[in-house]
Every structure is written in structure tokens, then in C-alpha cells.
Design a protein around this ligand. Sequence first.
Ligand SMILES: [Fe+2]
Length: 309
Amino acid sequence: MTATSWVVSAALLVLGGSRPMKSAVNANVDPANAQITVLYDAFGQTSGMQKDWGYAAFVEYGGKRILFDTGNNPDILAQNAKAKGVDLSQLDFVVMSNRHGDHMGGLTYLLSVNPKVPIYAPKEGFGVYGADLPSTFYRKDPSLSPEQRYYNGAPPEVMRFGSAWPSANFRLVDKNIEIAPDIHLVTLVSDKPGTLELRELSLVINTSDGLVIVVGCAHPGIDKIVESATAITPRIHFIAGGFHLVVAPDPDIEKIVMALHDRFKVEYIAPGHCTGEPAFAALKRAFGDHYIYAGLGTTLTATQVGNHR
Ligand SMILES: [Fe+2]
């Protein structure tokens, strides 16, 4: 089966409406079973799950079980994961896209059921997920007496700074890396007003039919994230997540739509979260039947990972 049929089967599932949930997948997930399930968003047509502003998606690929973001509220994440039969105590790793509350707000629930899971998170100076700096970062003045100097003039080589979740197993990321076979993190820093200097991680899976990209809020710009991902391979098969066009004026939306459709030739698109209502409409017009509905509760599935490299 090709990656294209992955998306087509997703569309068929969506057309199936409120079909019964897939049963809980155990930790020994079949590597041939690839899918993305939207666990947190503010739009959808599901019962038993609660809509709320934020984003979380459960990603399975190559036998890995990945939680991408945790939504806005721990109780709602718990409710929505249970409704979809997703056992968050059985994960290979977690990816936090950024530090905003609508992506990290569910972390306390996640840690209550899975306290030691590795969590890839953006590394920022004095960030909420923790940080470190070489002690060479600050200027020294040896003319001062020891009691006036930081660490009496003998600082540790690396200075570590606290996080809001001190017992969590964070792995801080500030460069593009491959964290499992064909599973990459792309990181960029926003230069946009309102989110200046905010670092964001995006999940990029290199399938045999092109890249599958999951974005949280795309604050640095969805076009810039896609451009960075093309260093892995230029073919973009599929993008899901928030494109951060929720307040963008129409001309800006059109520029992004054209970049995705005409410049990067993205094959399928499944926007959610902060993409915004006018951008949903514009992307639908541009992508037609290559626009995949991905509201809360949607499971984008493959019957097998024929696309697994
Ligand atoms: Fe967001």
C-alpha cells in the first residue's frame, strides 16, 4: 500500500462518520499500522470527546507510539484519550511543539500516567521545559572579592535552569535531528510579532511516498517549516496540525496556500487547530479532494505501512 492510499483510507474513515473507536492499541503495535489520531482540537463531530482550544495528536509509525502535544487541559486530554482507547501510559516518546499553554496544558495528566516517558521539547533560554548554558555566557570580573562573585568565582561548567515539571524526562532540542528511523524533528524559531524568539518543533516522518509532517502551531511559519523539512527530501506527501493563520488577513492566507500548493506541491493537507476558519476554506478551495478533514477524533489511517521505508 502506498502513502497515498494511507490518506485515501483516512478519507474513507472520515466519511464513515462516528464509526466505533479502534480498540486500544497495545505497546506491541504492529509496525505495519500507521495512523494519526487527533486527540485535542476545538472542532470536530465526535461524541464522547470534548472540544477545546489546543492540539494533541497520537501518531503511530514504524512500531513507534508518539504523543505530539498534550492539548490545553489535563482532564480533557484524559477524557479524549480514553474515548479513543489510546493508552498514554504506553508511549515511546512525546514531542512538545512549543511552550504555549494550549499545547503543554495536558502535561500534568500525561506525567501522572507516564512519569518517565522521554519528552522532546524545544530548548529555549530559561524556557519552561528547562534549559542550560555554559557558564562562559556571563562576563567575569576577577577584581571582585570571592563573596561578591557568582559561585565565588568558580562556576560549574554548565549551568542548569529549572523547568515547570522538574521530574519529567525532557530531551531539549535546538537543532534538526532524527530521533528514530525516518522520524525527524525540525526546529525553527519564530520571528513573528507576538511569538518572537519562540522555538517550535515539528514532527517529520520520511515515508517512501514523501514527508508526513505534523505541526503544532507553526509559529515560525508553515512555509518555513516545510522548507526546512525539504532538506530531508523535497516531496511533501501530507501535512497535519495547526498552521497559525487564525488571525491572518486574506492576502497572507493566499500566500501560504500558494506556497503549499504550488511551490512545495504538498499532496494532501489535513489542517486543524490554529489554522483558522478562513484558511480552512482557502485550503479547501485550493486542494479540493486532497483536503482531508481532521477534526477532533479523526483517525487518519493506513491498513498497512506499505509506505514504511
Ligand atoms: Fe496553539
